[in-house]
Ligand binder design. Structure first.
Ligand SMILES: [Zn+2]
Ligand SMILES: [Zn+2]
Length: 468
């Protein structure tokens, strides 16, 4: 009987110009702890037998393989349109995503039958062990507090709210259109009175505590109460940020250069504030620990290129164009450009490679005495040149090298700081004018030693010394 009715309907419509198109199934979206959202399309499916019937389907294992993801790193959540939600942690080759009646469904013969969800809305891939790169790190100057990812956001009290999207009127009838937004007021997570928000694109913004995290498919934005985006694609949020950042170097140098006061800038690569405090508590570096540095923030990404570019330009990576190690060209004015404009002579003493393309006389140094570092050669070179230069920048690398190799607080790393401290003491005694000591980023412990480049208090908080 049904077949006859269907036939009649088709026959009736086939003669008309306004035919009803068969509904085309939309792709099934995959969101979560991913770089970009993914999807399963009809093209990805092939014929599988499910409960003795043939269906177009794909195994979850193949979804992972098609997208070059390692399935053992993820849990998978299935969210149905009626909000039923299931989560599994393994055996993805035993799970089929299939199409029936123009809807997406889940089937498995090995899991409990409740896994067999009907009318699935989306899949969520959740990292089993997320790292700072997978989400938003909320941290203070001395502690990493939360890592919020799209996959784990449910454990943070996000709320789904309606945002008025528009009002339209036809004759006397008015309609209000809304969009669902999933947000978290930062005040729910933190008592801080202000925040510094870092984005994956190198944005660096000081904001009040009246801000919200807005969840998207694979990332978060920071928005105000009217859902205006303040920071796009947030990487980290620092509670009660210090007043200083490594970008102060530009503005402090600008003052001295424009007043024709010579300045020595000592860049101790990879000296985090936590390492400085450790040295102070253990009487490791008497000269620098007797000084009273400011607590300063580095920039995202906390690596040498981005750190140096930010300190030399006074601009965030987003504005100066040097986001990470792939970039060398600063788009904005640097300290060395200011020196040129003021007819001040400037020299940068580097190790064996030039890190950025800069408008300055760069002197490279090799480890000629073979003691494992060129810092002593740089030090000698600084002593020789300091009487005939207005802006002298010295870049010591060995502390960062040791931090990578042995760990941020290892005795070998601290020995390097003692060595540098002796050199800095001599430089300060020989240079009677202003000195600024700065670091580009810190260092965190890894299983092999140390590294940096993540949003964490260890990598992002550094000391900043100004010795007038
Ligand atoms: Zn560095
Ligand atoms: Zn390094």
């Amino acid at each position: 009987m049904k077949k006859i009715v269907l036939f009649l309907v088709i026959a009736l419509f086939s003669g008309c110009s306004n035919t009803v198109e068969p509904p085309l199934i939309k792709e099934l979206k995959i969101i979560g702890d991913l770089v970009h959202s993914l999807s399963i399309n009809m093209d990805d499916l092939s014929e599988h037998t499910i409960s003795d019937n043939k269906h177009l389907a794909i195994s979850l294992q193949d979804v992972f393989e098609n997208n070059e993801l390692k399935c053992e790193q993820y849990n998978v959540m299935f969210v149905a349109n009626d909000t039923l939600t299931n989560l599994i942690e393994s055996d993805y080759d035993e799970v089929l995503v299939y199409v029936k009646d123009n809807k997406w469904h889940i089937h498995s013969d090995v899991f409990p039958p409740t896994l067999n969800l009907k009318d699935v809305n989306h899949l969520m891939f959740i990292k089993k062990q997320p790292t700072a790169d997978d989400g938003v790190t909320l941290f203070s100057v001395s502690e990493d507090k939360h890592l919020i990812t799209v996959g784990n956001h449910m454990s943070y009290g996000f709320e789904t709210v309606l945002k008025l999207d528009g009002v339209s009127t036809k004759n006397t009838q008015t309609m209000h259109a809304y969009q669902q937004k999933t947000i978290l007021p930062l005040s729910k997570l933190s008592d801080a009175t202000s925040f510094l928000v870092f984005s994956y694109q190198g944005d660096h913004q000081y904001l009040s505590n009246d801000i919200f995290l807005l969840k998207k498919d694979t990332s978060f934005d920071v928005v105000d109460e009217d859902f205006n985006i303040l920071v796009f694609d947030v990487a980290g949020i620092l509670e009660d940020p210090p007043a200083h950042s490594i970008m102060d170097l530009y503005y402090d140098s600008e003052y001295y250069i424009s007043n024709n006061i010579p300045i020595m800038i000592i860049l101790v690569d990879g000296l985090g504030y936590h390492q400085f405090e450790y040295a102070k508590n253990n009487n490791i570096a008497p000269t620098i620990t007797s000084l009273n540095p400011k607590i300063a923030t580095s920039v995202y990404t906390p690596v040498t290129n981005a750190g140096m570019a930010a300190m030399l330009s006074g601009q965030s990576p987003l504005n100066n164009g040097v986001l990470n190690r792939r970039f060398r060209q600063i788009k904005t004015t640097t300290i060395f450009d200011l020196a040129k404009q003021n007819n001040a002579s400037a020299v940068l003493l580097e190790g064996n490679i030039n890190i950025l393309d800069l408008n300055v006389d760069v002197k490279l140094h090799l480890d000629s005495n073979g003691n494992g570092t060129s810092d002593d050669e740089i030090f000698d070179s600084a002593l020789q040149r300091m009487n005939d230069v207005d802006v002298l920048m010295i870049h010591f690398h060995s502390f960062d090298d040791a931090g990578h190799r042995y760990g941020p607080l290892a005795p070998q790393t601290m020995n390097r700081l003692t060595m540098l401290d002796t050199m800095i003491n001599e430089l300060l005694e020989s240079w009677s004018k202003t000195t600024i000591i700065v670091s580009d980023h810190g260092m965190h412990q890894t299983s092999e030693g140390g590294n940096h480049g993540l949003i964490s208090h260890s990598d992002m908080i550094v000391p900043y010394f100004i010795i007038p």
